[in-house]
Design a protein around this ligand. Structure first.
Ligand SMILES: Cc1cc2nc3c(=O)[nH]c(=O)nc-3n(C[C@H](O)[C@H](O)[C@H](O)COP(=O)(O)O)c2cc1C
Length: 323
């Protein structure tokens, strides 16, 4: 049972605080095959926390989505998975389990990457969630916990033995957080060791990066995170690279238009407060703009989308681009 709609799926990674419905819709529009919610607390869902439940709100374009859960208790995770299956019905592509988050708050509860230290519990979690779900269960994990540790292969084997339908490997340790280079050889070793689909993640910021990931690791699909911020066209670029076709990057005006569209979507989804949330995306849209700092400060002060539009797309050019 594969959760993916394509032989070599191009996936948007979960990113807490960034991959809300507004941003995911932009990525889908640019050719992403499947989006994923940010990590959602299994306990929060079961307690009916309003904020947590909001993570399950989809964009109209999202005919399918992966929902990522975090937690460490098999029964809590399987109950949460059942709840997600009921809430999303046919729109749910798979349940993804987070076994990679390095944040101290998460790890100290035994969640996220803490599970790398307890592979047998990780296996029991997968088995319980797979038994409770009518959709495939996938796992996203890191190569190890401590500096220099590489347990990716035995960990992936345990996940597969317990019923995981696919794995996404982010080949950094918890200790590395997001620093250093993602070690693609780890993904190749996992691909050689299991027969379920393996998705390669880490440092994909261009079509060429994605092709390199496929070729060097033999992975089945790719997942991009930071490279997509302010750049949903990354998916179009990867799609073109996979098809051997040329890719034309957006013009500066197109980038600003998309920033405004992003603002419209986020406000429609979250109300006026959405503009505050948009602020963290703005630096990414302004990459390469010479007066970005000044422009960002002005954008932080806008009261509605029309003010933002006037700043970015008004009669004067929004900013001089270095490129
Ligand atoms: C701001 C931010 C939030 C993230 N949140 C999540 C998350 O909720 N779940 C998860 O599995 N990974 C999360 N990650 C990790 C990414 O999904 C991805 O594995 C990592 O950034 C490496 O990919 P990249 O090099 O393409 O950025 C997050 C990363 C960032 C930068």
């Amino acid at each position: 049972m594969t959760p993916y709609p394509a032989a070599h799926p191009i996936l948007l990674a979960p990113m807490a605080g960034y991959t809300d419905a507004a941003f995911r819709a932009l990525c889908l529009g640019c050719g992403c095959d499947l989006t994923c919610t940010e990590m959602v607390s299994a306990k929060g869902l079961l307690f009916g926390s309003v904020r947590t439940t909001e993570y399950l709100r989809l964009a109209p374009e999202e005919s399918k989505i992966a929902v990522q859960l975090f937690g460490h208790e098999p029964d809590v995770l399987s109950d949460a998975a059942k709840l997600v299956c009921d809430a999303l019905g046919e729109r749910l592509a798979c349940i993804d389990l987070n076994m990679g988050c390095p944040a101290p708050k998460i790890v100290s509860n035994g969640d996220g990457s803490a599970l790398l230290k307890n592979p047998s519990l990780a296996g029991r979690i997968v088995a319980a969630v797979a038994a409770a779900s009518r959709v495939p269960v996938t796992v996203k994990f890191r190569k190890g916990f401590d500096d220099g540790e590489n347990i990716a292969v035995p960990f992936a084997v345990i996940l597969e033995e317990n019923g995981a339908s696919a794995v996404t490997v982010h080949p950094r340790t918890r200790a590395q957080q997001y620093g250093g280079k993602a070690d693609r050889s780890v993904i190749r070793s996992v691909k050689e060791a299991v027969s379920i689909p393996v998705i390669g993640n880490g440092d994909i910021a261009s079509g060429a990066d994605a092709l390199r990931m496929l070729r060097e690791t033999g992975c089945d699909g790719v997942m991009a995170a930071r490279g997509a911020l302010g750049n949903p066209w990354l998916f179009a670029e990867i799609r073109a690279a996979f098809a051997g076709e040329p890719y034309t990057p957006p013009t500066d005006r197109e980038r600003y238009e998309t920033a405004v569209l992003h603002a419209e979507r986020i406000v429609a989804e979250k109300g006026p407060h959405g503009l505050v949330e948009l602020r963290k995306h703005i630096p990414f849209y302004l990459r390469g703009t010479r007066n970005a700092r000044e422009l960002r400060q002005k954008i932080n002060g806008v009261r509605d989308v029309s003010e933002l539009r006037a700043l970015l797309l008004g009669s004067e050019p929004a900013g001089e681009c270095e490129r």
